[in-house]
Ligand binder design. Structure first.
Ligand SMILES: Nc1ncnc2c1ncn2[C@@H]1O[C@H](COP(=O)(O)OP(=O)(O)OP(=O)(O)O)[C@@H](O)[C@H]1O
Length: 219
């Protein structure tokens, strides 16, 4: 059995006057792709941010590889994907990756980051010319430069067409299968959630345990 990389127990997070998370518990094993599925305001982003160490839990525990991600957020080798963050216009894909590598301690080689995300063939293309799916693959390459073996992805295929979304998923699949990368992602799309190894259905800050209505094994 594979070790659990992410362990969340009875997690509660208060935001303003309300409670965004109301006692969430789940685990994600090494090399597993876990989708948090839910509608607007279900608490998915709050949960992702808390597991990524960007938010302090009000109560309960979060462990990523056995450590508290909030206390150790500076040392955590996890990749979070954000859109077009810090990219300079005019750079090629390879130059964007190189720029990122300069800011990273012990980075992955440029070729490896491009190979893992299927971008080798467009290394010399200005990044602004990339299509939506390849742009998201570049986000993944940047997240991997720091040798992340846990990826936190907020709606990774939102706004992409079917082919682009499939390309992103094929990268995620190969990262999980060949490199043992653990992926926690959020989505509002049932079909997308069903591509994951496991799905946690969220509603009103809760993550119900048991079978969910789409027949996929839940947390
Ligand atoms: N800074 C905040 N202060 C107060 N309440 C907040 C804050 N941020 C989010 N919330 C509330 O917390 C709940 C969960 O929000 P969250 O963004 O985590 O949901 P979500 O599932 O990611 O939704 P979406 O798909 O719309 O992004 C919502 O009721 C939201 O209104």
């Amino acid at each position: 059995m594979r070790a659990n990389v992410i362990e969340v127990r009875e997690l509660r997070v208060r935001l303003g006057d309300g409670e965004a998370l109301r006692g969430v518990s789940f685990t994600v094993a090494q090399g597993e792709i876990y989708a948090l599925l839910g509608g607007h305001g279900a608490g998915k982003t709050t949960l992702l941010e808390t597991v990524a160490g960007d938010r302090r839990p009000t109560s309960g525990t979060v462990r990523v590889r056995g450590a508290d991600p909030y206390a150790g957020r500076d040392a955590m080798r996890a990749g979070a994907v954000w859109r077009d963050g810090g990219l300079f216009p005019g750079l090629t894909v390879a130059e964007v990756v190189d720029t990122w590598r300069r800011w990273t301690l012990d980075p992955l080689t440029r070729d490896e980051a491009l190979r893992l995300t299927g971008l080798g063939a467009v290394a010399d293309v200005p990044f602004e010319k990339l299509g939506g799916g390849q742009r998201r693959q570049l986000d993944l390459a940047l997240a991997l430069v720091g040798r992340s073996d846990v990826l936190f992805l907020d709606e990774p295929t939102a706004g992409l067409g079917g082919d682009d979304a499939r390309r992103v998923w094929s990268v995620l699949r190969s990262l999980a299968a060949a490199n043992g990368v653990t992926v926690l992602l959020t989505t509002r799309d049932v079909d997308e959630a069903c591509r994951a190894d496991r799905v946690g259905v969220m509603a009103e800050g809760r993550l119900p345990v048991g079978r969910h209505p789409f027949g996929v094994r839940a947390a």
